[in-house]
Ligand binder design. Structure first.
Ligand SMILES: Cc1ncc(COP(=O)(O)O)c(C=O)c1O
Length: 398
């Protein structure tokens, strides 16, 4: 009998198995509970500025039905380069260093695979917990993920000695998310300098996903590791309009890389990414050229974070580290049970859906997205329901 699973590369076979996990539970719930689980700003409300909508309409009425280059619209690439210069002082050229992509999720495979050497199991190091792509993608392409622990007592900062313990002659790359999803950690310049020293000493490629770079709170300045001495030539940076610009549905992101790497990525972009959506790129260009609205979003997240921290401080048997960026709290709820148990309990008792930490390989935590909903009070009200549900949890009343 034909067995499709046997035809699959072994690394892909587990994905064909039915999984009784948190993710499956969440998928089965579509629509009913309030969704505080998607890293999709202001979901499900409309939040696209008028000038962006107008650019989309204008493109639709003119060139929207046609391809841009597979590497993306040239004006947009130039705008991305200007922004990197403005934010970080990074000296790059839109044509030589930038590729536009349809969202950044696909950039993990796109940028990692070319560095994996067949037959010798290339190792990729990533801090844990981190965004699932960092550790799920390498094994799909013949690599090995080497998780490096971080600790709540350090605010989930990087301990370079933990990297040193795990580096081998097969290590090819380090990948980090900065600010980190799910912990909200923004790595300081000092931490990144130590990581840069490690990466240079072991002659590695550095990949940094900065999807949340526009959502960094006051007092936690954002450093792009590519700007540290000796790093630009070996660093690949991702950025996205999904988070800080609240334009998830546009699916526009970009990769910035040194010239030789960018040339290779530009040449293979058509095979991995195809070309990004023309109409969406027109909206992205308008957003980057007139980006004042994102400061308002950042202020909103900071206000929400403060209000939620105050609520969590009143919640028994939970702990958290105050996020420095992003729009999520990574909450230790292990006293109440596994993440799956807590997620299910909160759906039943609070009518609110959060993510289980298992998606980041940590069943002691849940991740609460507080970027949901345009209206702050509506968002905070959902958090209140979570807090109240935990207060009346049977374990608190035993
Ligand atoms: C850390 C991180 N990187 C990348 C992405 C993907 O963003 P997009 O594909 O919308 O650019 C996400 C989405 O949640 C994310 O959390």
């Amino acid at each position: 009998m034909f067995n499709a699973i046997e035809k699959m590369n072994p690394a892909f076979r587990p994905f064909a198995a039915p999984a009784g996990d948190v993710m499956t539970f969440q998928m089965g719930l579509k629509g009913r509970p309030a969704e505080m689980n998607w890293a999709d700003p202001f979901r499900p409300d409309d939040c696209i500025p008028e000038h962006v909508k107008q650019a989309v309409i204008d493109c639709l009425n003119t060139t929207g039905g046609h391809y841009t280059f597979p590497t993306g619209d040239n004006d947009l690439r130039v705008e991305v380069a200007k922004r990197a210069k403005k934010l970080y002082g990074l000296e790059i050229d839109g044509y030589k260093n930038v590729v536009i992509s349809p969202g950044s999720d696909n950039l993990f495979a796109f940028t990692m695979r070319p560095f994996f050497t067949d037959g010798e199991a290339s190792e990729v190091m990533m801090p844990m917990p981190s965004y699932a792509h960092n550790f799920v993608v390498p094994p799909l392409f013949g690599g090995i993920s080497v998780g490096v622990p971080t600790y709540a007592e350090d605010g989930f900062d990087l301990r370079i000695e933990e990297f040193e313990k795990r580096v081998t002659p097969r290590t090819k790359m380090v990948v980090i998310t900065n600010p980190n999803n799910p912990t909200g950690t923004v790595y300081s310049r000092e931490t990144l300098q130590k990581l840069a020293d490690f990466v240079i000493q072991h002659d590695l490629i550095m990949v940094v996903d900065q999807a949340f770079e526009d959502t960094v709170y006051d007092g936690s300045p954002m450093t792009n590791i590519a700007t540290l001495p000796g790093m630009q030539e070996r660093t690949i940076v991702f950025g996205s309009l999904s988070k800080g610009f609240a334009m998830c549905g546009f699916r526009v992101a970009y990769v910035i890389a040194p010239e030789e790497i960018a040339r290779m990525l530009q040449s293979i972009s058509v095979f991995f990414l195809g070309a990004p959506n023309t109409i969406a790129q027109a909206g992205a260009l308008a957003a980057l050229r007139n980006d004042g609205f994102i400061e308002e979003y950042r202020q909103e997240y900071m206000a929400r974070a403060k209000a939620i921290a105050a609520m969590l401080d009143e919640t028994p048997h939970v702990s958290y580290v105050m996020p420095q960026g992003g729009f999520f709290f990574w909450i230790n709820t292990s006293w109440y049970g596994t993440d799956q148990e807590v997620v299910e309990y909160l759906v039943q008792e609070a009518g609110v859906l959060v993510s289980g930490g298992s998606m980041c390989a940590d069943s002691d935590h849940i991740r609460l997205i507080f970027g949901a909903l345009k209206d702050r009070e509506a968002c905070l009200n959902n958090v209140r329901k979570i807090v109240e549900a935990l207060k009346r949890h049977p374990k608190n009343n035993a």
